[in-house]
Design a protein around this ligand. Structure first.
Ligand code: ZN
Length: 294
């Protein structure tokens, strides 16, 4: 089954919604980063979120989500671009403590893995300065934090549901989610009907586990509100790094470090955080491309 995202608008023009199935995308992230189940769940929720968040932007070319916590996972980074790129990583992909501590509980403890901290949303729009805003984490489960972000920081009443279900062999059994947003001047009766739908929804992971499609997920969330699908996009894990782009990382090293690597190895090697691809730069290449004093 293909991963895809849909964007819809209710026929009464009061609710905008998005839903995604991201099972293969998150499984690919797990294989690249060799994440343990709790790290897979955290990264998978963030990746599912950005794959929808980008479709809420009118002019944004990229949306970045950064969650920096004091828990053992350290950080969760995810990014999506208009051209279909979705990628991410976590600070400590191998953390496993959570699972052992909560063996009797089926739910992976993402909250504990992340801890207390901040969530940043960064929007990059071409040549304009990137726009970034941050909130304090209110839950650490990511979905609730994004609900809070949209409602408080962007002033759009929203509800974000994210779910990643990890199988007994640690592979991703199912992943996906939804974002619901109220458009201006939505009447109270719409809000209370929507709230009652959301309250009876249950766990998003469990729903996704049943092989539910994005359409079926929104049929439940938006029960009683007929809608039109305004956009359908395929989503997948995709990093567009290259030797040229990754040179930016070399540029953050100081000249002494660069010289030392060149002397020791004959090249400077940089590994992309998002896809683990390694690039090697020799002295000739660096002298030609790096705008630095040697
Ligand atoms: Zn890459």
């Amino acid at each position: 089954m293909e991963d895809y995202m849909i964007r819809v608008l209710t026929k009464n023009k009061q609710i905008r919604a998005l839903a995604v199935r991201s099972t293969n995308l998150v499984e690919e992230a797990r294989q690249i980063h060799k994440t343990t189940p709790v790290a897979t769940a955290a990264l998978g929720r963030a990746l599912s979120a950005v794959s929808m968040m980008i479709a809420l932007e009118k002019s944004g070319e990229k949306v970045g989500l950064r969650i920096i916590g004091d828990g053992p996972l350290d950080r969760v980074i995810a990014e999506a671009s208009m051209d279909g790129e979705v990628k991410g990583f976590v600070g400590n992909p191998q953390i496993d403590i959570m699972l052992n501590e909560k063996k009797n509980k089926k739910k992976l403890n993402v909250k504990k893995a992340i801890g207390n901290g901040e969530l940043y949303v960064r929007k990059m729009m071409g040549l304009k300065e990137p726009y970034e805003s941050k909130i304090q984490l209110i839950s650490g489960e990511i979905g609730e934090d994004l609900t809070y972000y949209y409602t408080k920081s962007e002033q759009v009443p929203s509800s974000v549901g994210l779910g990643v279900l990890v199988d007994t062999d640690s592979s991703v059994k199912a992943a996906g989610g939804f974002i619901i947003q109220l458009l201006p001047e939505t009447p109270e009766e719409t809000i209370s009907k929507l709230e009652s739908n959301l309250n009876s929804l249950g766990s998003v992971s469990r729903l996704i586990e049943t092989g539910i499609t994005p359409e079926e997920l929104l049929d439940k969330v938006l029960e009683g509100f007929p809608y039109d699908i305004t956009k359908v996009t395929e989503v997948g894990y995709n990093c567009n790094c290259s030797k040229e782009r990754t040179l930016e990382i070399v540029n953050t090293l100081n000249v002494e470090e660069i010289k030392e690597s060149l002397k020791e190895d004959g090249y400077v090697e940089v590994t992309c955080h998002y896809c683990n691809e390694s690039y090697r730069y020799n002295e000739e290449y660096l002298k030609e491309h790096l705008e630095r004093e040697w």
